[in-house]
Design a protein around this ligand. Structure first.
Ligand SMILES: Cc1cc2nc3c(=O)[nH]c(=O)nc-3n(C[C@H](O)[C@H](O)[C@H](O)COP(=O)(O)O)c2cc1C
Length: 432
């Protein structure tokens, strides 16, 4: 199947970051004008009917999430736009903010109208300097044109302000409740749920957190209707998604494709297949938090439910490809180093568990394994399962157990005191 640009419109329309281009070539802000004539519930119903699911990680239905927001509340209500993009292997959001910011802004304004929010925070990764600049420029233009500030689109009773908020690039601050703490100026650690953000979010006010790509889908859904969106993808995962392909492929990059594209087609046709004429050993389908899959899973469509059925997940859409010379214990070590470094320390299963996972893999790869280390790595990972406060620690156990399930011999090689003969990622000595 062909790439299809519902989100990456800038690939077909040059200079789309400019307000005039968005207006002239993309029917810019017409969906918002349509929305301002509808009730909040009517907007939510359209998004519900489209089947749009959150592209940030969990694939939660967007219209349903909006419908959880309380109605007729006094005082502030917020929308937070998650542009943390901290999941390794994920790089779709910053392409949108750099090149197609007005489509996102229109989606944000529509989202705010639907949930009754009067302020929106774009929480972006600190390193996205250029993207933040492009976004701020577009936000300023939207104010100038009357789409933001008081009387949005000329409607007396609708007002909205958008603020950009840079993060200090901690992975955990991509998790929605840690993100709220971070915006409030507290340590970025997750909050206990319930209460969910819709009841008590930013400054204890009703809040919705949505990903950049999720919101950027909204204007076209409003303009063209839910059935139009549903012509692509699957019944339960309609539309397109920006798949970020990295690793051992010929053409790494972002590929926007309908959500029923198979892993085989994405990796071998769009991304040009495996580099150096090698074969495939495995691929991670949704950012490092998604357990690894193998050659046997290549014909799976990359939608949320098919991947969940195979024991992995769609996650952030980051597809990381490993060639047949990849050592999966090395890969596990690289990922566990990341989780151990990024663990926020709030709960002991994650804080201690990731440390033990890292320590054991350090030992194994440097030739210092003791007998039973492979089993201990497995046991530590199993003990983390279901006990961590948030999905960060759960991901760390899932990626290790996932890699051990399919590639156990890669780990057992080090269990007998053989050292890794290449460069060990971020060795224990360098790291601490
Ligand atoms: C450790 C961790 C990191 C996360 N990082 C991101 C991120 O960078 N961007 C994102 O949109 N969602 C991230 N999420 C998911 C968010 O918590 C949340 O589900 C999402 O922003 C909701 O938006 P959506 O409904 O549009 O998908 C992360 C979750 C966890 C547990």
């Amino acid at each position: 199947m062909e790439q299809l640009y519902l989100i990456c419109r800038h690939r077909e329309v040059p200079n789309l970051h400019q307000y005039e281009t968005y207006i002239q070539k993309e029917q810019g802000y017409q969906a918002l004008q349509q929305v301002l004539k509808l009730s909040r519930d009517e907007v939510i119903d359209i998004v519900k009917a489209s089947g749009l699911r959150g592209r940030g990680g969990a694939g939660f239905p967007t219209g349903l999430k909006w419908s959880f927001m309380p109605k007729n509340v006094q005082g502030p209500v917020y929308l937070v736009i998650n542009c943390a993009e901290g999941e390794p292997g994920t790089f779709g959001n910053h392409e949108i903010i750099e090149n197609n910011p007005h489509q996102l802004i229109e989606g944000i304004i529509i989202g705010c109208y639907a949930i009754g929010a009067t302020a929106a925070y774009i929480y972006h990764r600190g390193e996205f300097k250029y993207g933040a600049e492009m976004m701020q420029r577009a936000v300023d233009e939207a104010y100038k044109q009357g789409w933001l500030g008081k009387k949005v689109g000329g409607r007396e009773d609708v007002s909205l302000d958008i603020y950009l908020h840079p993060e200090a690039s901690a992975y955990i601050c991509g998790e929605e409740t840690a993100q709220l703490n971070s915006i409030e100026g507290y340590l970025g650690q997750p909050r206990l749920k319930p209460p969910f953000p819709a009841q008590s979010g930013l400054w204890k006010r009703p809040t919705t957190v949505n990903n950049v790509e999720t919101l950027a889908h909204v204007p076209a859904i409003i303009r063209n209707g839910p059935a139009w969106f549903r012509q692509w993808g699957t019944e339960k995962s309609p539309g397109t998604r920006v798949y970020c392909v990295s690793g051992h492929v010929m053409r790494p990059g972002n590929y926007e494709l309908p959500m029923n594209v198979t892993a085989r087609e994405l990796i071998f046709e769009h991304a040009g297949g495996i580099w150096k004429g090698r074969g495939l050993k495995g691929f991670i389908p949704g950012g490092v938090s998604a357990p690894i899959l193998t050659n046997d899973h290549l014909d799976l469509p990359l939608d949320y439910d098919s991947l969940a059925g195979a024991g992995s997940m769609g996650g952030s859409g980051g597809v990381i490809v490993m060639d047949d010379q990849t050592d999966m214990a090395w890969l596990a070590k690289k990922m566990v180093d990341f989780y151990s470094h990024e663990s926020c320390g709030k709960c002991s299963p994650c804080r201690e568990g990731t440390w033990w996972q890292k320590n054991l893999l350090d030992r194994m790869m440097t030739g210092l394994a003791r007998s039973g280390d492979v089993e201990m790595l497995e046991m530590v990972s199993e003990q983390m399962a279901g006990t961590c406060f948030c999905p960060l620690g759960e991901s760390s156990q899932m990626v290790v157990l996932g890699a051990m399930k399919y590639f156990r011999s890669d780990f057992e090689r080090y269990g007998q005191g053989k050292a890794y003969d290449g460069v060990i990622p971020m060795s224990a000595i360098e790291h601490h």
